[in-house]
Design a protein around this ligand. Sequence first.
Ligand code: ATP
Length: 207
Amino acid sequence: AVLRVGLTGGIGSGKSSVASRLVQRGAVLIDSDRLAREVVAPGTDGLAEIVAAFSDRVLDADGALDRAALGALVFDDEAARRQLEAITHPRVRARAAELAAGAAPDAIVVNDVPLLVEVGLAPTYHLVVVVQTEVATRLERLTRSRGMSRAEAERRIAAQADDERRRAAADVVLTNDAELADLHGSVDALWHDRLVPYEVNLRQRRA
Ligand code: ATP
């Protein structure tokens, strides 16, 4: 019995920053981006299915997945993107569930899921935490720290759910428009005031 927390927010909102602070406090992190890479690593049946669906044009010279090539194939092709997600999403979810099941009984497990709201996963968590940051600030951070072009950052932001939809699915909203130290303060308060008591409560009810 573990407390499962879903963490989401728009691209560049600060999900990774919140996740690492929660890990510092003692959370166990399940990073969906990492799992998404693992389930299509060389030798996996995930990669084999992708090749069966999209041909070996999506492989690079080493036989690994060529993300840019695959991205170009599914970009602007809704059916292809759905086909790809039908291969990857169930595998990522199964692996995440496996990791959560293997965590200590009193663990607070945080799952960082960029498309949590878009994919309708909110009901699978005890608590959904949304990180919310002004679009202008996200654009600034993405172009400065990630070397992303402004047009690319704008395109990616436009492709995601808007903040209003995310807020509607959220149990907790953390805003990240100020200094990193402020964000850390909000995360620490979330940890002590909500997550730890929730976890204790869960365990008592199950005892
Ligand atoms: P992605 O959706 O791309 O994975 P993310 O939501 O995980 O992004 P982060 O990687 O945490 O976002 O933050 C984006 C960038 O902005 C990082 O370089 C991070 O260090 C920086 N950043 C986050 N919060 C702040 C802040 N309050 N002040 C200044 N920089 C910040």
